[in-house]
Design a protein around this ligand. Structure first.
Ligand SMILES: Cc1cc2nc3c(=O)[nH]c(=O)nc-3n(C[C@H](O)[C@H](O)[C@H](O)COP(=O)(O)OP(=O)(O)OC[C@H]3O[C@@H](n4cnc5c(N)ncnc54)[C@H](O)[C@@H]3O)c2cc1C
Length: 426
């Protein structure tokens, strides 16, 4: 989707080294591009021209794990999955999980305010990140690395670095609140005939599963067919127009299973769910999750993917896919929808054999206008990066964009931090 053109890549190991690099670059007005695991989907970690890449890959040390409070302090270059395995030894889990976990960095997650598969249960990183240490463009280190769950002393500046995609500072360390690791996990894979049934089943899952509901994901038939055809993965149930993955996590297997069975009996008796299976063993759970987590990878085999990550009020959620499918007709291979229905977050993907400007111009800005009409967000969790920044107006007011530009000026007066990202040209 995007291709960089940089001849310099630096790999600092300490905050002091990040500070020295930025101080030098600022004095010489050299632009920099912070890079985590490079898994972002909007081109934020890719240099546009000849920016100096600052890779955080060597800043991968866990500094402390407080098993009383669950608060973990680490450098920002820790790979999400490795950090999760580290905290697992203390009976904890990182409250964030996503398909790119084997490569993405926790600092990249914080900088994009990544959502992922369990936001429904554990909330956004604005809630679970308790503190951040960041280096400003000038090289000044800003220490907001609180480990306290409550700290109302002045403006909560850490939030400026969460989700600002490396345009206001480089995140070097963070403190994150990790919940206890669940000992009982169940995953149901369900087949449904209509989207109304999907919505009703989600509502029932919230009310009947309550505190043990840890994920609620949605896949349409076209997305599942793509994983089956292109990656040869096998669905555990017969073909359906819609599918849901409903995960429970808790500390008492018998209690959770009983609750899940009551819920399943209810949705099957009422006819909302017409087929389904439940996995409790780790290998089956992993297989079922791979049907959802590997959709993005399977789409690549079609050729070119036009990717959209949109927040939509639930009543309009699937209408967007249907309307786009009709709008694009036979000019494309596939128009499919899946995502974090529990958070109203649709991943809408369109594929064609190769990139075609004509197809793109039929998708954009129509898709953003549609989203703005129903008061959704044009980027639910991936950020704006390089690719979506000029569409920010569809989701933010002129006043809000103006204030963002002023903040950028204060924190990075020479504009060296990740230029051409997040903020629009006009
Ligand atoms: C298969 C797959 C599944 C995915 N699933 C999800 C999902 O469910 N939810 C979701 O939200 N995203 C998802 N993503 C997108 C992506 O993984 C996330 O955006 C992730 O948080 C990016 O982390 P990263 O370390 O790779 O960051 P990068 O891609 O390297 O960088 C992302 C942005 O953050 C900046 N940045 C990185 N590190 C720092 C730092 N230390 N300080 C300041 N700025 C920094 C970069 O400059 C860039 O603007 C998925 C991606 C893939 C490939």
């Amino acid at each position: 989707m995007v291709r960089g053109a940089s001849s310099v890549l630096l790999k600092p190991k300490t905050t002091e080294e990040v500070s020295a690099i930025l101080s030098y670059c600022n004095q010489h007005k050299l632009a920099v591009c912070p890079q985590g695991g490079n898994t972002g989907l909007v081109g934020g970690s890719v240099p546009v021209f000849d920016e100096v890449i600052i890779s955080m890959a060597l800043m991968n040390q866990v500094e402390s794990v407080d098993s009383w409070s669950g608060v973990v302090v680490c450098q920002s270059g820790c790979v999400l999955e490795a950090l999760d395995q580290h905290v697992a030894e203390h009976g904890l889990m990182v409250p964030l999980d996503l398909g790119a976990k084997g490569s993405c960095h926790i600092g990249g997650n914080v900088s994009t305010n990544a959502g992922g598969l369990r936001l429904l249960r554990y909330g956004s990183l604005h809630g679970s990140v308790l503190g951040v240490e960041a280096v400003l463009a000038s090289g000044e280190v800003i220490d907001c690395l609180s480990t306290m769950k409550k700290d109302n002393t002045g403006y909560d500046l850490k939030h400026l670095f969460i989700g600002s995609e490396g345009t206001l500072g480089i995140v070097t360390k963070l403190a994150i609140n990790c919940p206890p690791r669940p000992t009982a996990v169940n995953l149901a894979f369900l087949g449904l005939q209509s989207f109304d049934d999907v919505l009703q089943t989600f509502r029932d899952a919230k009310s009947k599963l309550g505190e043990i509901l840890s994920s609620c994901e949605f896949i349409d038939r076209s997305s599942l067919e793509c994983v089956e055809e292109n990656l040869k993965l096998k669905s555990p149930i017969e073909p359906h127009p819609y599918y849901m993955l409903i995960e429970t996590s808790g500390s008492n297997g018998d209690h959770d299973e009983e609750k899940l069975n009551t819920f399943l009996e209810y949705v099957m008796t009422s006819g909302q769910v017409t087929d389904g299976t439940v996995a409790t063993e780790p290998s089956r759970i992993q297989h079922i999750w791979s049907l959802r987590e590997r959709i993005a990878e399977s789409l690549i085999a079609d050729g070119y993917t036009y990717k959209y990550d949109i927040s939509i009020p639930l009543p309009h959620f699937y209408k967007m896919v249907e309307d786009m499918r009709e709008h694009l007709g036979s000019s494309i291979i596939r128009c499919c929808g899946y995502g974090h229905i529990g958070d109203g977050n649709l991943h809408l993907n369109i594929t064609s054999k190769e990139y075609e400007k004509e197809i793109l111009s039929r998708i954009e800005p129509t898709i953003f206008e549609w989203t703005a009409r129903v008061k959704g967000s044009i980027s639910a969790e991936h950020g704006l990066g390089f690719k979506k920044r000029n569409y920010i107006h569809f989701s933010k007011s002129d006043g809000a964009i103006g204030l963002m530009k002023q903040m950028k000026k204060i924190m990075d007066p020479n504009g060296i931090l990740n230029p051409y990202k997040v903020l629009p040209d006009n």
